[in-house]
Design a protein around this ligand. Structure first.
Ligand SMILES: C[S@@+](CC[C@H](N)C(=O)[O-])C[C@H]1O[C@@H](n2cnc3c(N)ncnc32)[C@H](O)[C@@H]1O
Length: 251
């Protein structure tokens, strides 16, 4: 990319990060009790990561300005050419990351991988931490791998696997974040969490996802009740259909 385009990308990225910082500020003002549930000082590092990670390198073929709008981007992938993954809406990612409360040096698992969020996590854990991201779809994970390498995040581990089983052999994880809607929490996720770890998942309750978080320290569940209509639902191995749950079915 030419230096001019680099500068343009940095300007757009800065504007997006500022917009999200403002959103955090609004939540803190309007919903102080919800804000207090988050860890101390979580917003600053998330905004700094948004300011740094070049989202346009995870959305090839999308106009630069579009890559830095606060919208979900659905790239074409798969033999059918249908969009089977997405690069989630930045403000939604930011809210989930704030709930995850990632600290430097931690080990994080990301289930469902457009690559972008894994890169943000890499920034949050810093040089002493580690990030593993997995996806059930081989084309999605190889696309994420290529984008991560291009953006300079070669040390993020990518795994092609069914997320139901987590990433055995790579845990335990201090944090697990799931970017695919689910009806239930598979035992592998809680089993692969380190003591005091935290899991954030858009759990479907009555068909509507909220970004609940669950922590092993207290064994309690708290829901942030944010609708996420653009997110994919979990898929079974070999399935190319969206909106089908691998785990339990709703009544
Ligand atoms: C909303 S997209 C995730 C991308 C994410 N928005 C991001 O920015 O990184 C959901 C992803 O979950 C993946 N997925 C669906 N079911 C899965 C499963 N059982 N195990 C692992 N990944 C799964 C899909 O292939 C898809 O790429």
């Amino acid at each position: 990319m030419q230096p001019f385009a680099d500068r343009e990308a940095a300007t757009l990225r800065g504007a997006l990060a500022s917009q999200i910082a403002e959103l955090f500020q609004q939540v803190a003002t309007l919903y102080p009790e919800r804000w207090e549930q988050l860890g101390d000082g979580v917003a600053g590092p998330v905004v700094a990561a948004l300011r740094k990670v070049p989202r346009h390198l995870f959305t090839p073929g999308v106009p630069l300005a579009r890559a830095y709008e606060d919208v979900v981007v659905v790239p074409n992938s798969g033999a059918s050419g249908a969009g089977l993954t997405s690069v989630s809406q930045p403000s939604m990612i930011a809210w989930m990351l704030a709930q995850l409360d990632v600290r430097p040096g931690q080990s994080v698992l990301k289930v469902g991988s457009g690559g972008y969020q894994a890169a943000l996590l890499r920034e949050l854990v810093g040089p002493d931490g580690s990030v593993t991201t997995l996806d059930i779809a081989p084309d999605v994970i190889s696309r994420a791998r290529a984008c991560l390498d291009r953006a300079g995040y070669g040390d993020v581990r990518t795994v092609c696997a069914d997320g139901e089983y987590g990433a055995p052999g790579h845990g335990p994880f201090d944090k697990i974040i799931v970017a695919v809607q689910d009806w239930d929490i598979p035992p592998a996720w809680t089993g692969q969490l380190a003591p005091g770890g935290r899991l954030v998942v858009p759990l479907l309750t009555r068909g509507c996802p909220g970004h609940g978080r669950w922590t092993t320290r207290t064994g309690t569940w708290s829901a942030a009740a944010t609708c996420q209509p653009s997110s994919c639902r979990c898929r079974a191995p070999g399935s190319t259909t969206r909106g089908r749950s691998r785990w339990t079915s709703p009544a």
